[in-house]
Design a protein. Structure first.
Length: 84
């Protein structure tokens, strides 16, 4: 996933400098780990249903949305991983 700059992901960073969140034997395992990462940002927010979200909840949901949109599973032989 791209590195963070404050509360946002740095989308200008080339893939070769992204933060590696793990190595997996299959795309399915990678996508499952990616989903776990996204759900980790959401945490226990679902348990507070009926309550207005506070600013921290909103920030975490925005971060989860950004990770979901911008992170990706990449094969180890992807040419974009080669440093430029």
């Amino acid at each position: 996933m791209p590195p963070w700059i404050g509360p946002t992901l740095d989308l200008r960073t080339p893939l070769s400098k992204w933060v590696n969140q793990g190595s997996f034997d299959s795309d399915e395992q990678c996508e499952n780990a990616r989903a776990d990462l996204i759900n980790g940002f959401k945490g226990d927010l679902d348990t507070a249903e009926g309550k207005a979200p506070d600013s921290e909840d909103v920030a975490m949901l925005q971060m989860a949305d950004e990770v979901e949109e911008e992170s990706e599973c990449v094969a180890t032989d992807d040419p974009r991983l080669k440093p430029k």
